[in-house]
Design a protein around this ligand. Sequence first.
Ligand code: GAP
Length: 445
Amino acid sequence: MTAASGRRLTQLDELVSLCARRGYIFPSSEIYGGINGFWDYGPLGVELKNNVKARWWQRVVRERADVVGMDSAIISHPRTWDASGHTEHFSDPMVDCRACKKRFRADQLDDIGPCSAREGTSEHDLTSPRKFNLMLETRVGASEDAAAAAYLRPETCQPIFTGFKRVREAARQKIPFGIAQIGKAFRNEINPRNFTFRSREFEQAEMEFFCHPDEREKWFDHWCNERMRFHQELGLAPDSLRTRPHGRDELAHYCKKAVDIEFRFPFGWQEIEGIHDRGDWDLSRHSEYSGKDLSVSAEDQKQRFMPTVIETSVGIDRLCLALLANAYAVEELDGGDSRTVLHLHASVAPIQVAVLPLSKKLADPAHALESRLRRHFNVFYDDAGNIGRRYRRQDEAGTPFCVTYDFDSVDDQQVTVRERDAMKQERITIDGVADYLREQLECTA
Ligand code: GAP
């Protein structure tokens, strides 16, 4: 059977429902009605996310001698956020509707919908804009006084700056070099929306590259190219990717220059990653606020200087959403049938191989094959129902290969390997199937 034609994702809702149905991503604490801006990843979602993080770590940290990793606490000393400028600047302008009591971002009033308190009219009764700090507050320890207040980090990079001296010395790194980490970040977004695109809890993969100020442009261009290449390697279609430099009026308080990598989502072109020239903002401010000198000395000179930071910052949840949107297709098949399929890149697909015996009677040898394959791949076993329907389920999960054990397999010691995209089927010996699959997965990776 071959796919005659395909339709890409046009409505985010289709993907949202597939993700819930298949256990990719669903609302957090769903049985209580969910909580706005928080999402849980199910069995397929967590595999996708882990694969994406592993690819990032491989490219950005392990394959380079000039980048090292760290994993910092989510809660930092509160002075960190004074120094970083977040206490003062990390806010959105917001307005309240006096009638329905809803809160909106003042710069996103185009699609706020009708006012629920004023039937028959879309007119909200809006206050003038006020600043709303996006950091989520918590309390540390039993004390109720203000000294115990702390923030959940709104970006993962600040502990990289506060730990800069320690990490550089421990790893015996010299400028230029980078420090990377992956972790959770929290923002009290006024309007979480577009599924996981804008959430209140999300994961970032950030890399801060410390260089001499004279080399800032070279490294900025280097990282823009590296990061664009990464997204293409994961299979994001080149015509759905673009870079967009920030205008002066858009720059964050720490930023001298910024380029966004944008993906064409069903709801328009939107940022998935930012590359930022943060200058010496963070190291200088932390030196000033902590009283600890974070400057470095140039190798060939006596004088010290504050390194410039080139940052790459990608949202893992946004990238997963882009990968899912990019992979989604509904295809008409010969014979009037159709299938929904996720053409996920093999290196990020949650399940690499599904083992599907044609009949439950073949469970024993099929389980033996499953155990052999589990040593090499993430394997899913399914012997329930009609084989066509089982293929469809794996297509929807994005599984690149299905291995079917049939009645002939017992005698000829061969299985049928079915490839997801072209739906091509090949007969392969059981002894050679692991090597065959590894080769095929590496070709596409
Ligand atoms: N340290 C720099 C920084 O945090 P940012 O542009 O605010 O820069 C970087 O965020 C990336 O984090 C974004 O490109 C996006 O992928 C992700 N991100 C930011 N806010 C997010 C949110 N509310 N929900 C999901 N991802 C978010």
